[in-house]
Design a binder for this molecule. Sequence first.
Ligand code: CAA
Length: 294
Amino acid sequence: MPIERVGVVGCGLMGSGIAQVAAQAGCQVTVREIASQFVEKGFESIEKSLGRLVEKGTLGASDRDQIRGRLRGTTKLEDLEDSDIVIEAILEQLNAKKELYVALDRICPPATIFASNTSSISITEMAVATGRPDRFVGLHFFNPVPVMKLVEVIRTIATDAAVFEEVVAFAARLGKAPVRTTDRTGFIVNRLLVPYLLDAVRVLEDGLASTEDIDNSMKLGCGHPMGPLTLLDFVGLDTTYSIARIMFDEFKESRFAPPPLLKRMVLAGWNGRKAGRGFYDYADATKPKPMRLS
Ligand code: CAA
């Protein structure tokens, strides 16, 4: 049975993007948030993203209307009961996720596949909180979801091989390029990306170069769309700090240890673009200015 009815839990940056691409692919999507103002905020961001596509001419206005018609917001978890797949994109807290899966396990029929968009929490640990670890995968999207082509599809030792391939095919149907991987903290991308981002902070901390010169080096020397410190601001310093700590805990390798400057910035609440400041000050978002950090 192809996946047609998609449930998404969490309508933040990632959840709203996932809901959007699933609706764009023709699926019926129900997105659940804990309060209606979060549903509204998520739908506003979907509206903005679809608006960009219409403006560019990539999407017709009538297609946009049909996509809107396939999207439904709710605050009731029970509304996800007829989903073929439920994709969870809530906050990165193991206990909150486990609690959610226990509730979903009661609500959804045994055939429903559960998928987590976590970037670092063990898929196995969440899967065993349910009665269906064989129908549980990781499905890791990248920010901004409507733009980034990659999706990591993660299997655990308990994931059924046919379920795994069904989810790989679903990711391809969303217009994404799926890659297959296994349940090791950070999967493929963060295993490579996080040490690189942390090294950029170390280079800055060691006084090797300025914020702008570090970013320009990787943009202009290696063709990256954003320099590492701009990317840290984009991803969120708190998010990266949390991923790094989980990875350090798992592998005990110093390359995953968050540098002191990153910790200080998170303590100060300078979490990047969403906080208005991080490695740059976003008072004028069109012209971010490097922050003084020593
Ligand atoms: N919805 C729809 N379209 C969007 C969009 C959105 N939310 N955001 C950007 N776009 C589109 C723009 O309309 C534009 O389209 P065209 O080229 O067709 O005109 C295109 O994307 C580029 O956008 P902009 O011109 O506004 O800006 P840009 O050229 O600087 O690109 C960017 C922005 C796509 C974010 C680019 O800078 C980039 O790729 N950055 C790297 C992002 C990245 O590495 N993401 C992964 C982070 S790691 C992660 O997510 C996982 C984790 O676990 C931490």
